[in-house]
Design a protein around this ligand. Structure first.
Ligand SMILES: Nc1ncnc2c1ncn2[C@@H]1O[C@H](COP(=O)(O)OP(=O)(O)OP(=O)(O)O)[C@@H](O)[C@H]1O
Ligand SMILES: [Mg+2]
Length: 351
């Protein structure tokens, strides 16, 4: 989506709140091979949860510096970038239109889009793809389902500047959720829930027939959990972050850590269930699979606990399933998969 120029780009760059993730993929026959990857972490990102301290709130120069650090340390060679815009600054929906030729759709969609996109159309870049035709009820005209998305123009221009100053070339911008749908579901068209638990927020989306259908952004993530541990043990955020990563939800003498976290994690599960139910009620379809990604999934015992809380088939996402990679990476695969799911999906995209 939002393809800007033609090329064989293969860097996926996900600028998250807590870290910048970069993945380099290369075409290897019919598949894509992992060439390189790297991460730039913003230390102390958890010290503020008002949404003002994430990486995207830093001056452009700092972000450029961070990207350049990853590129040089990981010896990344590719220049062509596909970047994602976080779910909270993008908009997407599914609309139904009369069955028209693609050229006629292209003409009518901007008019239709005005009804849905919450900001003036001249401030956004609009994109759309046809999901498929709907079987009409007897006596009714045929319709097509269209995935409609918009990203703010000024954000796009900012990304373009940042990439250019980092010596890269931005080829396309994509919604974070579209990248996740690609990397986690591939050609699997059955309905699934994807839960991305990052630093700032938990993003829940339902994908069906290869497209995001609904999403819900719940503004609690790993930062809030670290804060809660720090507060209840009266320790620094750095110490709390270490404890969170080390012990997580495993049973231990320090059960007080669990107590500090459990309420917040239960809320994430509750919000997930709520989103799933909303979709099930609307479409009279069952969601049979929940896929977990995001840094928080690396926490010891997190996935097991979340699964039990949901009472649904819940798996940790495997965006590496369709990628060729060296066997030496096997030990780091779980962490690579959960943290780089968005960046992998971006790099997997054909420009
Ligand atoms: N091994 C681990 N154990 C527990 N928590 C972890 C672990 N690794 C990362 N995290 C947590 O995951 C969070 C960062 O996740 P992620 O990298 O997905 O966020 P982000 O994409 O930068 O943020 P967002 O998507 O909210 O903008 C942080 O709160 C971090 O503490
Ligand atoms: Mg993220």
């Amino acid at each position: 989506m939002f393809g800007l120029f033609k090329s064989n780009g293969n860097l996926g760059i996900d600028i998250g709140t807590a870290s910048i993730k970069i993945v380099e993929l290369e075409k290897q026959g019919a598949r894509k091979g992992l060439i390189n990857y790297g991460l730039f972490e913003l230390k102390g990102a958890s010290s503020n949860t008002d949404g003002k301290t994430g990486i995207l709130n830093l001056p452009d120069g700092d972000i450029v510096w961070g990207i350049k650090e990853v590129i040089s340390k990981a010896k990344i060679k590719a220049k062509d970038v596909i970047a994602s815009i976080p779910a909270f600054s993008t908009f997407s929906t599914i609309i139904e239109m009369p069955y028209l030729s693609e050229a006629d759709l292209a003409k009518s969609i901007p008019f239709e889009a005005k009804k849905y996109v919450p900001v003036p159309l001249n401030e956004v870049i609009l994109d759309w793809s046809i999901i498929g035709t709907k079987t009409p009820e007897p006596g009714k005209p045929a319709t097509v389902e269209i995935f409609l998305a918009s990203v703010p123009k000024d954000e796009t221009e900012r990304y373009q500047r940042i990439m250019q100053n980092a010596g890269l070339s931005l080829k396309a911008i994509e919604l974070e959720n579209s990248a996740l749908t690609r990397s986690l579901l591939g050609n699997d068209l059955s309905p699934a829930a994807i839960v991305n638990i990052g630093g700032r927020s938990t993003s829940i989306l339902i994908a069906d027939k290869g497209y995001e259908r609904i999403n819900h952004n719940y503004e609690v993530g790993g930062f809030e959990i670290t804060k809660s541990i720090a507060k209840s043990l009266n320790i620094s955020l750095e110490k709390a972050e270490d404890l969170k990563k080390k012990f997580g939800l495993t049973e231990s003498d320090e059960n007080i850590i669990n107590e500090a976290m459990i309420h917040l994690i239960d809320m994430m599960a509750f919000e997930t269930k709520k989103t799933i139910s909303a979709y099930e009620e609307k479409t009279k379809q069952k969601i049979l699979k929940v896929i977990l990604v995001g840094g928080m999934v690396n926490m010891p015992n997190f996935a097991e606990y979340f699964k039990q809380k949901l009472g649904l088939q819940t798996i940790i996402g495997n965006p590496m399933a369709r990628i060729v990679y060296p066997q030496t990476l096997t030990p780091v695969l779980p962490e690579l998969s959960s943290t780089f799911a968005v960046a992998l999906g971006l790099a997997m995209r054909e420009i």
